[in-house]
Design a protein around this ligand. Structure first.
Ligand SMILES: NC(=O)C1=CN([C@@H]2O[C@H](COP(=O)(O)OP(=O)(O)OC[C@H]3O[C@@H](n4cnc5c(N)ncnc54)[C@H](O)[C@@H]3O)[C@@H](O)[C@H]2O)C=CC1
Ligand SMILES: Nc1nc(O)c(N)c(N[C@@H]2O[C@H](COP(=O)(O)O)[C@@H](O)[C@H]2O)n1
Length: 218
């Protein structure tokens, strides 16, 4: 399995504002790049915080890219995955439409009724007691044939993936905006590291739109 984390952050490192609403940090070229990256992957993963905040579709938008996937013998859309310990994904969430296959990874702490509701709309993966055990969840996704993984966020999930040593590559678009705010989400939130900070190796740095794309290897 190969896991690439892709996100867009403001010049001051924020993924969104303190209101946690979806903000277009990327420019047009970066959104096109993200669409191509999605099209190149078996699955696009987000945390439930992102689903609740953004209600994303997580689909490939360019029809030509979908057609190319079909020509290559793949489904027209990559699978979508939500990491959702308590099964809080709303059943009318855009990520549960039938445009693409969706997996929801829950923990044993998810209420049975919520799990049954979601099971009508998605493949359920149960891993972990109170919180989704990411190592087990990703192993289950791999067993389901999902090898090339793209994670879009948010900051809580990205931190946990680094904590679990699950990130192979980090691609960050750094946009020209300052968002600010101590409560605004950053690229890696969670508890944060105090020792043994993961260190990355810079692979490429490219000017894109009015910002920069940084590609790091883990
Ligand atoms: N600019 C960008 O590229 C992106 C921005 N965002 C923004 O990020 C914000 C949402 O991020 P967050 O609130 O951090 O939520 P998140 O999307 O990282 O989800 C976190 C939630 O996932 C669940 N979870 C289950 N198991 C977990 C585990 N082992 N580790 C971590 N989380 C686990 C928990 O319920 C946790 O609260 C929104 O404001 C959204 O707009 C989200 C994605 C990309
Ligand atoms: N790459 C990137 N740049 C930005 O500026 C963003 N705000 C995001 N957000 C992510 O994209 C998701 C929306 O996807 P759909 O358009 O609904 O398919 C959103 O939930 C974030 O994960 N990404």
């Amino acid at each position: 399995m190969h896991v690439v984390v892709n996100a867009a952050m403001s010049a001051d490192g924020k993924l969104s504002s303190r209101r946690r609403e979806q903000i277009s940090i990327s420019g047009e070229s970066d959104f096109d790049r993200v669409d191509r990256l999605r099209a190149d992957r078996d699955a696009v993963v987000v945390g439930v915080g992102t689903v609740l905040a953004d209600d994303p579709r997580l689909t490939v938008k360019d029809d030509a890219l979908c057609e190319q996937r079909r020509t290559d013998g793949q489904s027209s859309q990559p699978a979508r995955v939500v990491i959702d310990s308590k099964a809080r994904t709303p059943v009318d969430a855009a990520v549960l439409t039938d445009e693409a296959e969706t997996y929801v990874c829950v923990s044993e702490a998810a209420p049975v009724g919520r799990r049954m509701d979601l099971a009508d709309h998605a493949e359920l993966v149960t891993a972990g007691d109170d919180r989704v055990d990411l190592l087990r969840a990703f192993a289950a996704l791999q067993a389901a044939g999902l090898e090339q993984i793209m994670v879009e966020g948010g900051g809580e999930l990205i931190f946990s993936l680094f904590e679990n040593g699950l990130v192979d590559e980090l691609r960050v678009f750094v946009g020209p905006t300052i968002i600010g705010g101590r409560d605004a989400p950053t690229l890696a939130d969670g508890d944060g590291f105090v020792t043994n900070f993961p260190t990355l190796e810079l692979e490429t740095l490219e000017r894109l739109d009015d910002g920069a794309l940084l590609v790091w290897n883990s």
